[in-house]
Design a protein around this ligand. Structure first.
Ligand SMILES: Cc1ncc(C[n+]2csc(CCOP(=O)(O)OP(=O)(O)O)c2C)c(N)n1
Ligand SMILES: [Mg+2]
Length: 226
């Protein structure tokens, strides 16, 4: 289990890249079994509420994870106790090779929130500012004692799930290309900033060359197999 091995040294991705944690920043690493972080987050939020701390707990998971029992237990418990926790489902349309319509018979994971008694918000996960706004509202609800929120961010994974995954077997190249270019969140934000006059091509060029000349090591995007 990729858990920090002592009280002073955070894992910081040393064991399994996506499973990093940081003690000082209150980032608890997730475990490899899908969705187990959801009831753990509800438990953490319960602890902060009992201690009277001014804290909001954030947890994310995939749409595949939302079909597990852990999702039901975590959201049900959080709603009953009106816990300050935000559940973010990053719906990237696939659980490895399994498309959403083979995982559930509904269009939106957020529709399940009503069954627990909390708001369920669908947001365009490729729109950085829309996600920010949805999060800001959910944090406000949590801080005002109004309990948890389920946010479903509709997004996409532009690389295979892991180095073992041949994604050509279950999705078209056109679909991947669309999300890699036209509907990429960074491209969309860049276009928005240009349109609003907040940044211009010169700015963007300067930043790009600073980034490439900075000698920073780039990490691969693919995940390890879990
Ligand atoms: C309990 C459990 N079953 C199966 C796996 C293998 N596995 C790792 S990731 C994954 C798919 C998860 O899909 P989703 O929840 O949609 O998250 P995504 O990777 O798409 O963000 C599976 C089945 C696992 N890690 N844990
Ligand atoms: Mg998924």
């Amino acid at each position: 289990m990729p858990w920090p091995n002592d009280q002073t040294r955070p894992a910081e991705g040393a064991r399994c890249r996506p499973h990093w944690g940081h003690i000082r920043l209150n980032v608890v690493t997730q475990s490899s079994p899908v969705a187990t972080q959801i009831p753990q987050a509800a438990g953490i939020a319960y602890a902060t509420k009992l201690r009277g701390e001014d804290a909001v707990t954030y947890v994310s998971f995939g749409e595949g994870g939302s079909s597990k029992g852990d999702f039901h237990e975590g959201l049900n418990f959080a709603a009953i106790h009106r816990l300050p926790v935000i559940f973010v489902c990053e719906n990237n349309r696939y659980a490895i090779s399994v498309a959403q319509d083979k995982q559930m018979a509904i269009a939106n994971v957020a529709d399940r929130a009503a069954g627990y008694g909390m708001p369920g918000i669908v947001v365009d996960g490729q729109d950085v500012l829309a996600v920010y706004k949805a999060m800001q509202e959910a944090v406000g609800r949590a801080r005002h004692g109004e309990g948890p929120t389920l946010i479903e961010a509709k997004t996409y994974r532009i690389v295979p799930h892991s180095s073992d995954d041949d994604d050509r077997l279950y999705r078209s190249r056109e679909e991947v290309e669309y999300y890699r270019t036209v509907n990429d969140p960074l491209n969309r934000l860049r276009t928005y900033l240009f349109e609003q006059g907040v940044a211009d091509q010169e700015d963007a060029g300067r930043r790009r060359s600073a980034r490439h000349g900075g000698g920073q090591r780039r990490h691969g995007l693919g995940r390890g197999s879990t």
